[in-house]
Design a protein around this ligand. Structure first.
Ligand SMILES: NC(=O)c1ccc[n+]([C@@H]2O[C@H](COP(=O)([O-])OP(=O)(O)OC[C@H]3O[C@@H](n4cnc5c(N)ncnc54)[C@H](OP(=O)(O)O)[C@@H]3O)[C@@H](O)[C@H]2O)c1
Length: 347
């Protein structure tokens, strides 16, 4: 085996996965501190995403963030099979999947997880998340103005019914950990008081222009690992998720200044910042050079304390993934989904 260089790079153009930091979950299990996102944002095909999974594993990624709604688990399953055939052991991988919003019903949770397992060609998932706290169906690719007349708000007693089934998945061994996504502090407080098995992680939007400091601290205080989605500011997100007010973290002068000093793309600075802050970024990419650059960034020279302070000061509270399709009645604004007043928005 080739010896790692000081930066953690192997001469073969990959990063030794053993050098990638791990996050310790509340039960002592460890997850790789960076994962590969697999949402093709409606314009990257399932085959391309599956090829990216294989390519990313070859350069040293071991963590893959999947979801049934991304419509590509079947193809990713073949890619994972190839990864396992290449000699990487199942226990060296971390695979996440997510329960989609129209499958919160008590009789739907376990079969939906079973479908993801079958598509991904796995015996167990490392992590299964409830993708959104709202049990609302909307068709893939629909416009932000699209509303389902049966849409419902967050109803805790209903959510707990789905969570009990998530707990059953852990008890049966099909899933090692369960977690939440797109939750708020008041919703998490209710869940923490009623869960028999607490969420191990919460997946949330997180990048230098949307740092969510309160939620981040709440998670840390409750030993829940923050997984940060859209860590680069989701430059390829669908048009439906764009508004005129959105900012671009990779164009921020502070990020560009640090990137120029380090001789890396601004995206790499966003990824480095995320890992160093203590969250788990899951950048999407179908470009092998970008996979490598992101991993090198994570194992390479850390950002300075000054860099970290400068990045902490450029937060703009700019949420990019607003979730408008989940609104459940007329006259609401997307902020209602996020409990911005510190209490769950009433039905
Ligand atoms: N839980 C949820 O509700 C939720 C919501 C949104 C997203 N997610 C997850 O989070 C993942 C990531 O978020 P995202 O896909 O929205 O956006 P993102 O990771 O912020 O941005 C992805 C974009 O960054 C580019 N990129 C990556 N590394 C780069 C590098 N080193 N240099 C230059 N460009 C680079 C990619 O282009 P190339 O392909 O050209 O490299 C791609 O266009 C998703 O794929 C999904 O798994 C979860």
């Amino acid at each position: 085996m080739t010896a790692p260089s000081a930066s953690g790079l192997l001469t073969s153009g990959c990063v030794d996965p053993a050098l990638v930091p791990q996050r310790v979950l509340y039960n002592g299990a460890k997850m790789p501190a960076i994962g590969l996102g697999t949402f093709g944002s409606d314009h990257v095909s399932p085959a391309e995403v599956a090829a990216a999974v294989e390519g990313a594993a070859a350069v040293g990624y071991r963590h893959f963030d999947c979801a049934s709604v991304y419509g590509n688990e079947h193809q990713i399953g073949y890619a994972l099979q190839q990864v396992l055939r290449s000699g990487i052991k199942r226990e060296q991988l971390w695979v996440t999947s997510k329960l989609w919003n129209d499958k919160h019903g008590e009789s739907d949770v376990i079969p939906s997880c079973g479908q993801s397992l079958s598509d991904l060609r796995l015996d167990y998932l490392d992590l299964y998340l409830v993708h959104w706290p709202f049990p609302n169906y909307h068709p893939p690719g629909c416009d932000v103005s699209s509303r389902n007349k049966d849409s419902k708000p967050y109803i805790h007693t209903e959510f707990i019914k789905a969570w009990r089934k998530m707990e059953e998945l852990v008890e049966s061994g099909l899933v090692r950990h369960i977690g939440t996504s797109n939750m708020t502090i008041p919703k998490l407080k209710l869940l923490l008081s009623d869960a028999r098995i607490k969420p191990a992680v919460n997946e949330m939007e997180s990048h230098p222009h949307f740092q969510q400091p309160e939620l981040f601290e709440f998670l840390r205080a409750n030993a829940i690992v923050p997984v940060g989605y859209s860590p680069i500011g989701s430059p390829g997100r669908p048009d439906r998720d764009r508004t005129a007010e959105d900012s671009v973290p990779t164009q921020d002068p502070v990020i560009i200044k640090i990137a120029n000093r380090l001789g890396v793309h601004p995206a790499v600075v966003c990824v480095k910042w995320a890992v160093q802050r203590g969250q788990v970024p899951i950048p999407f990419s179908i470009n092998r050079n970008h996979h490598l650059a992101n991993l090198e960034g994570v194992v390479g020279e850390p950002l300075t304390d000054f860099d970290m302070r400068e990045i902490s000061a450029i937060d703009r509270n700019c949420r990019l993934i607003k979730g408008q399709v989940f609104l459940w009645k007329d006259g609401q604004s997307w902020e209602d989904l996020w409990d911005v007043n510190g209490r769950i928005t009433p039905p």
